[in-house]
Design a protein around this ligand. Structure first.
Ligand SMILES: [Zn+2]
Length: 205
């Protein structure tokens, strides 16, 4: 299978109402999906702190329910938390009503924990146009995918491709157990690379 590290232009054209990058002169936008996860999210927060970087975490309701203290820690350190559904449904394969209910459930948990906002990222980036039109949210996609969840990943290739990011690029990582090994190899390299170039890392609002 061919890995797309960069979102193909045709995909962006097909979904013009979604956010694929953020207009900026000097900032890179790091995002972390599928947490919060004990140990992993905390490791990410440490890395971000050391690099004076802010980021956006697209959290799952079911994970947030189990680890609300990590969710609050993300916020207290100046990062953003967006909704990534309650149970990580694939929009293309899910009826609209069920999908929207899962989004709502995720949001409910975030609100209870006190970390909610209007940002949403569809799991797998798979969402139907009918679902998009019924979601009154800022839907944040990405320009660059790390593939950190792939156990057969060529880590140096991933790092090299992510280094092609430009101001305004949105990068995706995962603060999940499955991705931790790759994440540990990739994230410090990416932070150091863009820091040396004088870029800032900002959260999405
Ligand atoms: Zn996900």
């Amino acid at each position: 299978m061919r890995r797309h590290y960069q979102t193909p232009w045709i995909t962006r054209m097909w979904y013009p109402s979604l956010i694929w990058n953020i207009p900026s002169q000097d900032s890179i936008y790091l995002t972390f999906d599928d947490g919060p996860t004990p140990e992993v999210t905390e490791w990410v927060l440490d890395q971000l702190n050391q690099a004076d970087a802010k980021a956006t975490f697209f959290c799952l309701g079911k994970q947030m329910e189990e680890h609300p203290e990590i969710g609050r820690k993300i916020i207290s350190q100046g990062h953003q938390v967006g909704n990534h559904t309650y149970s990580h449904l694939k929009g293309w394969k899910t009826k609209d009503a069920r999908y929207l209910e899962d989004v709502r459930l995720g949001e409910e948990v975030m609100k209870e924990v006190g970390v909610g906002n209007n940002l949403f990222r569809p799991p797998y980036g798979r969402i139907k146009k009918s679902q998009i039109s019924r979601l009154d949210r800022q839907i944040i996609m990405w320009s660059h995918l790390s593939w950190d969840f792939d156990p057969n990943l060529n880590v140096s290739e991933s790092i090299a491709r992510l280094k092609q990011a430009r101001p305004g690029s949105i990068l995706v990582f995962h603060d999940s157990q499955k991705s931790f090994k790759n994440l540990k190899a990739i994230l410090p390299e990416i932070l150091a690379h863009f820091q040396a170039k004088g870029f800032k890392f900002e959260a999405i609002f």
